[in-house]
Design a protein around this ligand. Structure first.
Ligand code: SAH
Ligand code: SF4
Length: 349
């Protein structure tokens, strides 16, 4: 923490274990109290400093003076018939982000936004049309989870970084966020239940490996030729498919052959042919992966169309025939614009 933290208070929920130990040190109390803060704030979701038990009075007053306990206000909440819940959260500077809670069997998966908007500019994605406003801080991402659990009244079991934004464009804050949510003394999410999705930032994928990010990797491949991928994901010109697949293979190898998720948005007449399916089989040959087929979710003004169901099935059949695991992701929450690529509403305000 900086010395001027008296003026700009640091949000407590953006601190990881070592930050909390440093804080205890500065407050002149034993480092063990970092564990008490973790247990109360991150494990039991207590959002009131006065209610943190088992910490000395000196630490209470230090916290009151130096840290804040911000909780975003929920400015809109929508619940779809399938149980999908979309929350619009207003951050302290007035900027809004969307987070989505998706029910599925015993799971409650929360889709987290990492930026307000996105700078990547994929031509099929509604979030892209707004451009990038700013990065979210680790505290703001943690706050999304706290609000999700509080408002839904349920325990979130899985986290996916698949909301607004390119997580690897906000590398340091996302790293801190992952560190906080997977801390066994705090929120204690198993790294197997946390998945980061990237549009293909190749150098950052290697960095994730070096930094041992505690999460699974998902890659939005979305095309099988550079010609098509250049058109729909502009950063492909910088990091073409071959380089991306090399990084994915390195990731799998280094991580003890952990499975990666390959996302494939299906755009009618663009990347949904049988030839595409066959090329995809070649690209993924021998790779420990699951493929999520995401039929395009249309939005007003978009140039793309959703393929019909028979095209999706024929495409999937080619992959299954090649012994790949390919799942069509049924878009949940479409009527409340909570499905993939439909997150934007409040950024434009
Ligand atoms: N920026 C990251 C994570 C957020 S997007 C990324 O691109 O990977 C999450 C997923 O939604 C991505 O796989 C993306 O390709 C997909 N997506 C975006 N717009 C979509 C749309 N309109 N219909 C279906 N999927 C979409
Ligand atoms: Fe950004 Fe992902 Fe949308 Fe591309 S698909 S513009 S990377 S949020």
């Amino acid at each position: 923490m900086s010395n001027d933290s008296r003026h700009a208070k640091t949000p407590l929920i953006g601190m990881n274990h070592s930050d909390l130990i440093a804080l205890c040190h500065q407050a002149g109390v034993k480092p063990v109290h970092a564990d008490h803060i973790l247990a109360s704030v991150f494990r039991r979701y207590n959002t009131n400093i006065a209610d943190i038990p088992r910490i000395p009075l000196a630490l209470h007053s230090y916290l009151n003076e130096h840290v804040s306990m911000f909780e975003p206000t929920c400015s809109a909440e929508q619940l779809a018939a399938d149980g999908t819940r979309k929350l619009v959260l207003q951050m302290p500077d007035g900027k809004a982000v969307e987070t989505v809670l998706i029910e599925g069997g015993k799971r409650l998966t929360q889709c987290i936004s990492t930026q307000v908007g996105c700078a990547v500019g994929c031509t099929f994605c509604l979030t892209a049309t707004a451009g990038l406003t700013r990065n979210l801080s680790a505290a703001e991402m943690v706050a999304e989870i706290m609000a999700g659990q509080r408002i839904s009244g349920q325990k979130v079991s899985n986290i996916v970084l698949m909301g607004m934004g390119e997580p690897l464009h906000n590398y340091d804050a996302v790293k801190q966020f992952l560190n906080i949510v997977t801390d066994p003394k705090g929120m204690a999410f198993s790294p197997n239940r946390v998945t980061l999705s990237t549009s293909g930032m190749v150098p950052a994928i290697y960095r994730m490996l070096e930094d041992k990010f505690p999460c699974n990797l998902a890659v939005s491949l979305n095309a099988t030729t550079d010609e098509v991928r250049n058109r729909i994901i502009p950063i492909n010109k910088k990091y073409p498919i071959a380089k991306l697949m090399q990084a994915v293979r390195a990731y799998i190898q280094e991580r003890g052959h952990k499975r990666v998720l390959i996302e494939y948005v299906m755009l009618a007449g663009i990347n949904d042919s049988i030839e595409d399916a066959m090329r995809l089989c070649q690209l993924l040959e021998g790779l420990n992966c699951t493929i999520n087929l995401l039929p395009f979710n249309p939005y007003p003004g978009s140039a793309f169309k959703r393929p019909d169901q028979s095209t999706v099935h024929a495409f999937q059949a080619v992959l299954v025939e090649a012994k790949l695991i390919a799942i069509e992701r049924k878009s949940k929450g479409r009527e409340i614009s909570a499905a993939c690529g439909q997150l934007i509403t409040e950024i434009r305000k």
